[in-house]
Design a binder for this molecule. Structure first.
Ligand code: ZN
Ligand code: ZN
Ligand code: ZN
Length: 254
């Protein structure tokens, strides 16, 4: 399986509009973070996790010419606002696009993108999505996908485990059953918003403490704000823990 990090920034993106801080003005491309999303590829299929506010730019940058499914973690704007651009794949592939998420997340999508799920006049090219609510492990193109419930403040969101890989964005608490579900991973991708505490995201020290418990072989941190400077922060991390960056690609044995 191949994992491509399309965006590793928090909801504002980095640089933040109007900000002149040293990270927002940094020339290092690893300090420039689009909104959070990854592309997974296996068995010649492309699976998007979240359609971020920057999806169009991400799809052009990474030449995502084909998509076979979308997994949603939750319905917050930074993770869903690219949904309308998914219609290009309906046009190209002449088929509806299967979309997976919790019943609550799919309900949020129906409300936010009401026009895509109601009868409207002819001529408006709308996304055609086949919403599939999941709660238990399911098969996707010959591979088992496990939804992993996480807490993002008071909101339940999904992480996803696929074999020895798991993607857990937007969370600040992991219930005991999900801690077990995240055991024995080769690669764990995890929220680490900033050095200081936040009500709905893990801070960097909290993320490191959690990783010391979960002990994946390698961890990559995401959903980072402009309070995290790449090179400086990377140098402080324990072995096997890295900051992800936009454009990073991982090849993972299933
Ligand atoms: Zn987010
Ligand atoms: Zn800044
Ligand atoms: Zn969120």
């Amino acid at each position: 399986m191949r994992v491509t990090f399309l965006g590793t920034g928090t909801s504002t993106g980095v640089p933040v509009i109007g900000c002149r801080c040293r990270v927002c003005t940094s020339k290092d491309p690893r300090n420039q973070r689009l909104r959070p999303s990854i592309l997974l590829e296996w068995n010649d299929r492309g699976i998007l996790v979240d359609s971020s506010s920057d999806f169009r730019q991400q799809a052009l940058r990474h030449r995502i010419d084909r998509l076979d499914a979308v997994l949603y973690t939750h319905g917050h704007a930074d993770h869903v606002m690219g949904l309308d651009d998914l219609r290009i794949y309906n046009f190209r592939q002449k088929a509806d696009l299967p979309v997976y998420g919790s019943a609550g997340t799919l309900e949020d999508l129906r409300r936010t993108f009401w026009y895509a799920f109601t009868e409207t006049q002819e001529g408006g090219g709308k996304p055609r999505l086949d919403l599939r609510a999941v709660a238990d492990p399911f098969d996707l193109f010959g591979v088992r996908v496990d939804p992993v419930p996480l807490w993002h403040g008071d909101l339940e969101v999904f992480g996803y485990r696929i074999g020895s890989f798991a993607y857990c964005t937007d969370c600040n608490r992991i219930p005991p059953a999900s801690m077990e579900a995240l055991d024995s991973l080769d690669v764990l991708v995890l929220d680490a918003l900033r050095p200081t505490p936040h009500p709905t995201h893990f801070s960097l020290p909290q993320t490191l403490a959690l990783l010391a418990q979960l002990r994946p072989k390698v961890a990559y941190l995401i959903h980072m704000s402009h309070d995290i400077e790449h090179v400086e922060t990377e140098a402080t991390l324990p072995p096997g823990i890295h900051l992800a960056y936009d454009g990073l690609v991982l090849e993972i044995q299933a």
